[in-house]
Design a protein around this ligand. Sequence first.
Ligand code: PLP
Length: 410
Amino acid sequence: MALVNEHFLKLQKNYLFADIAKKVNAFKATHPEANVISLGIGDVTQPLAPAVIQAMHKAVDDMATKEHFHGYGPEQGYLWLREAIVKNDYLARGIHLAPSEVFVNDGAKSDTGNIGELVRWDNSMAVSDPIYPVYIDSNVMNGRAGVFENGKWSNVTYLPCNESNQFIPQIPDHRVDMIYLCYPNNPTGTVISKDELRKWVNYAIKNDSIIFYDAAYEAYIRDSEIPHSIYEIRGAKKVAIEFHSFSKTAGFTGVRCGYTVIPKELTAATMDGKRVELAPFWDRRQCTKFNGTSYISQRAAEAIYTPEGKEQIKQTIAYYMENARIMREGLTELRLTVYGGENAPYLWVKTPENTPSWKFFEQMLYGAQVVCTPGVGFGLAGEGFIRLTSFGDRNDCIEAMRRIKEWLKA
Ligand code: PLP
């Protein structure tokens, strides 16, 4: 008899976006004339940069000839892309990495979800709350999260991020083995300073812990004091794995490409106290379970690092950040408390008079025909907030602000 991995039975149904869709559809059924604007989705809307399109066309042409055809590529990614990443994303910031420390993937979701395979199932873990759900659900699947009681997993330390700590998780009073951090943060749109990040790196060094640092939104940072990479902090190479994605940097949600950095210095202990490097483990894991990102996607990613590519993706990011500015200003004028949206494409908006997230979601849908994401859907600490994204079209953002204004003033 084949027995199932019963940890899957423990997974909480991820109803968030399905519930949103259901409620929006119910509204549309009774208000067929309404033109609903969604500021809830976390997907980009603007087309790929021309330099990327050109590189993809060329890569397709390569595949059409015997000489330039590419079959299976290196599981770790093509050297030309890893070199471009090292040079542009790290060396330019004074961080020295070898291409062998970079592992190209098909987006950050796969690696943030799979990275837990590198360490024993019974390591303890901590996550910030609210949270990108992949960090927890992937650990539920491998049995590390424990059992679900009163809205929390028994083996998970939750690090609440709220107004009182400016959405920066505070160092716990006990040791944990694995810590998931995401900055700029989804969903709160907030960032972490070097001083605050240094506290976490020092904690990890002191406690022999590993930080899984998700930098998927680093391209949205505008403030020059905010770190783009955890490796800007001294000592971080010994304790941190970093994840990047081209999804939001360059509109690759449908193309699929990103990368993970595992420095040579990063080690963990065996039961008998030996130190083992984790990069060769990941290399082995990828060679066994992953057959590489497509040649066409990697050529597309390489084009982001050309002078034209850099300029073009900068313009698209500026477009989204202008949306964020319009939304921030509009909502602040209405005396709503707004966080994020300055170095990230997300706005974390406090609901007036502590209205529960889902109630405010419905009020805004019916009152303004604008869809948001209820903050509580990202964790208990998200209650009383909603998330808005700036990935929409400019005209929709402007119209949404006009409607919210009219609705809240009425
Ligand atoms: N990490 C965070 C924090 C995200 O919000 C997302 C996507 O929304 C991802 C990772 C995954 O991105 P992708 O798999 O498209 O690279």
